[in-house]
Write a protein that binds this ligand. Sequence first.
Ligand SMILES: [Zn+2]
Ligand SMILES: [Zn+2]
Length: 337
Amino acid sequence: MARKSLGFVPLVWECPSCKTQNPGPIKSCTSCGAPQPPDVEFQLVEEEKFNFIKDEALLREIKAGPNIHCPYCGTRNPATNKLCLQCGGDLSMGGETRESGQQVKTVREAQSEAQSSPSPAASPEPAKSPSRRIWIFAIIGVIVITLCLVLVFTLFLNTDDITGTVTSVQWERSIIIEAYTTVTKEAFIDDIPMDSDIISCSQAYRYTSDTPVANATEVCGEVYYEDTGSGAAEAVQDCTYEVYDDYCEYTTMDWVAVDTAVASGTDLDPYWPNLNLSLDEREGSSQESYTITFSGDGETYQYSTTDSQLFEQAESGSQWTLSVNQLGGVQSIEPAN
Ligand SMILES: [Zn+2]
Ligand SMILES: [Zn+2]
């Protein structure tokens, strides 16, 4: 997400000595003259939320970076100062830079926090851990899954061998016929093949970018305020950019399935259907399926396969060994000796 700066708003700080609220840029208390200690927070006055600072000199000082407290007298100094404006002390030797980048509280939030500061003894007992209930569900889950696996095994995988006699056979082979013809498709404008005819286009959502993009729709989250450490806060939003593009209907030439040729029979000589292709047609994908019907133990069993070599051995009346599961499904077959 892109960080979007809306501007800078003034903050206030409360003098710990005399409780006076001072404007953020003021570095010593306007009432008692005490310098602002490093541990006093800047706060946001609710009404000043969108009261953006316009004074150029003040903006330059804010953008220069967080203020530095003098190591000798504690006075707040602009980041650009080398020597303390109060006592002339060297700020590069042990000067304390104010914290910056943290979200600022409003004066009201800070006051309600101070009133309801929790006493450590009254911290609520953590609720009885839900882990016991989770464990019970987990155990029940494992039991259910195990039972299902046992059921699957007994019904599908646990097979008996049965001797079956071939009573009938059936085969079918099919080939899809494709024609080179005009088709209508949809795509974004730069994905459309060169020799296509565009019918119509409209703007459609394509993707979301984390960085600003020309002609995109900007989607921003709520405004929040970050302390600059210099008596002001930067009003910031996190934004993404929804990119729209021309999405078009177009016609082009392509291979399309137009017909299916099918051959079928009830003998052991399967063949592929004859194709009478015209110049703009071609052979598409093909399929084959073979079904053998057996009788055994007074029941009828069917087995389907795509293996033509296995099928061609299924002479009428021949004996086969069938693997049959508990649901009567034939899992595999092989000729009996
Ligand atoms: Zn004061
Ligand atoms: Zn100083």
